[in-house]
Write a protein of this length. Structure first.
Lengths: 141, 139
């Protein structure tokens, strides 16, 4: 089996292989440093509590990055991500197991593009994060 | 309930912040890929899709921001052009596209959308990002 997804092989309704993420407070600290987003709700529990939050929460942009990885892993080295749209509907917390998932909703064989519904499910099965992505995929022919 | 949307805030809608430029550093791309836990072998020769936000956003200041100091990220919409690579010099400018007040579950809130355009040193569009920010009064 080739690593490369092609537009020909891909069917509407097909599921994108699930990407599992287990974010930790360490990852949130790394992401704060790497992204430059030092808003304290992501690493200071007392600060987060004072903001009415149950504890530190994931950066929304980290969840976008997870869904970006879902798509680039699937699109493969010759595929290209054209757009990535993500809504943060519920907060996610470190220590949870997050399933990044997607399904092909539409494909345009002439353009070589596929539109996918994407989302993150938390450990309780709640879709905390939803969105859409469009990828360009190579053709076998 | 009193409005938390002030005339000065409304006057800021549609205005660009000051454009800024920054170098895409190889080490920064490496650290970003490590932070998101993405071992894609294409990195750091090319930057992950959401990397550019870490290069910077030239967000224009929100007047009267103290009326709604609590902020939450509501979502993000990226469109991609020429991929960003180490060595690129990216110029970015951010505009507050819209600002509306809504009555939420927890009282009044402001919903702001910002559009950032990222352009490389050849003038090619690398990406755009539309970001929704939800702001609420202090507890």
């Amino acid at each position: 089996m080739s690593d490369q997804t092609s537009i020909d092989d891909m069917a509407v309704g097909a599921e994108i292989p699930t990407l599992t993420k287990r974010p930790t407070t360490r990852q949130l600290a790394m992401y704060a440093g790497a992204s430059g987003d030092f808003y304290e709700i992501h690493y200071d529990k007392d600060f987060a509590n004072a903001q009415g939050l149950p504890g530190v929460i994931l950066h929304g942009a980290l969840k976008s990055a997870f869904l970006g990885q879902l798509m680039t892993d699937w699109a493969g080295p010759e595929g290209r991500l054209l757009s990535l749209s993500v809504r943060y509907r519920e907060m996610d917390v470190p220590g949870d197991t997050l399933a990044c998932r997607g399904v092909v909703k539409e494909k345009d064989e002439a353009a070589g593009t596929a539109r996918c519904e994407i989302w993150i499910e938390n450990g309780a099965g709640v879709r905390t994060t939803t969105g859409e992505a469009v990828v360009a995929l190579p053709s076998r022919s | 309930m009193a409005s938390i949307l002030t005339p000065a805030m409304e006057a800021a809608v549609g205005k660009d912040g000051e454009p800024q430029s920054a170098l895409v550093e190889r080490g920064a791309v490496e650290r970003f890929a490590a932070a998101i836990g993405d071992a894609n072998p294409a990195y750091p020769d090319v930057a992950p899709p959401t990397f550019l936000r870490s290069v910077g956003r030239a967000i224009p200041p929100l007047p009267d921001a103290e009326t709604a100091p609590r902020a939450l990220d509501g979502g993000s919409e990226w469109t991609y052009g020429e991929p960003a690579r180490p060595g690129d010099v990216i110029t970015f400018v951010t505009q507050m596209e819209s600002l509306v007040e809504r009555e939420g579950r927890m009282g009044p809130m402001l919903i702001a959308t910002y559009l950032t355009r990222y352009t490389n040193q050849r003038g090619e569009l690398a990406a755009t990002q539309r970001n929704t920010v939800i702001r609420m009064p202090a507890l």
